[in-house]
Design a protein around this ligand. Structure first.
Ligand code: UGA
Ligand code: MN
Length: 244
């Protein structure tokens, strides 16, 4: 199966660095199609140029987050992930679904190559641990006799699926046979996006544990420090235009 990775991304000083690091990982994964969705009213020149030289199959989309949703404490990237889902469904609207697996790859996380081998065998929905998240070194699905029976998490253990966006993959077949499953703003609290989405397409009993029964961390919820631009010049500008 082809792996489809949906990556929301937005303009900020570290954007190109994040995308460079992510592309360097994804380029090493066979049969991977990158769906890069800019949080913007149009595709930017920076990302367009980047995509053209990225060296991997990539679809470049854009979807702006309405201004009223750009607030701390509100979920991020809802519109961008939905744009990626819509593209996937549109692309496969005629033919019977080719085998495929969908994964949500935020632009700042750290992904091992082994993770992609694990998710490629997803039949419906697969899950695995995520490192450096939820106020712990890792969160993970608890597995007994090959089934998910609970969640090891430090944060809102009452979530039906107590899992980060980087902790699951979904088969393309499941995405296509649940055409209405999307990320929702209304009624979705921060941190509940994953649960609210997974509820629409699967049950906890049905989940397929990966990464040796969820005992190995293969992806890390790393976050990039906000960059210090205190010494950016106000007047003595550089004499040539630099691509950063
Ligand atoms: C956590 C989860 O890991 C995310 O999957 C979830 O979307 C997010 O919380 C949330 O609050 O909704 P966190 O590291 O806090 O992640 O979020 P970011 O990495 O800042 O953003 C997640 C993704 O959305 C990134 O790919 C980022 O580039 C993108 N993003 C962020 C936008 O497209 N627009 C924004 O305004 C902010
Ligand atoms: Mn992040």
């Amino acid at each position: 199966p082809t792996i489809y990775a949906i990556t929301p991304t937005y303009s900020r000083p570290v954007q190109k660095a994040e995308l460079t690091r992510l592309a360097n990982t994804l380029r090493q994964v066979a049969r991977l199609h990158w769906i890069l969705v800019e949080d913007a009213a149009a595709r930017s020149e920076l990302v367009s140029r980047f995509v053209a030289r990225a060296g991997l199959p990539c679809t470049h989309l854009h979807a702006p987050t309405p201004r009223r949703y750009k607030r701390p404490g509100l979920p991020r990237a809802t519109e961008q992930r939905n744009a990626g889902l819509a593209w996937l469904r549109q692309r496969h609207r005629h033919q019977r679904a080719q085998p495929g697996v969908l994964f949500f790859a935020d632009d700042d996380n750290t992904y091992s190559l082994e993770l992609f081998q694990e998710m490629r065998t997803t039949r419906k929905v697969s899950v695995w641990p995520v490192g450096l998240v939820g106020g712990r070194r890792y969160e993970r699905p608890l597995v007994e006799n090959g089934k998910v029976v609970g969640w090891y998490t430090g944060w809102r253990a009452d979530r039906p699926f107590a899992i980060d966006m980087a902790g699951f993959a979904v088969s393309l077949q499941v995405i296509l046979s649940n055409p209405k499953a999307v990320f929702k703003r209304r009624g979705s609290q921060p941190g509940m996006q994953e649960s609210d989405f997974l509820k629409q397409i699967t049950t906890v009993e049905e989940l397929e544990p990966k990464a040796n029964n969820c005992t190995k961390v293969l992806v890390w919820h790393t976050r990039t420090e906000k960059v210090n631009l205190a010494n950016e010049p106000k007047y003595h500008l550089d004499t040539v235009k630099i691509e950063v």
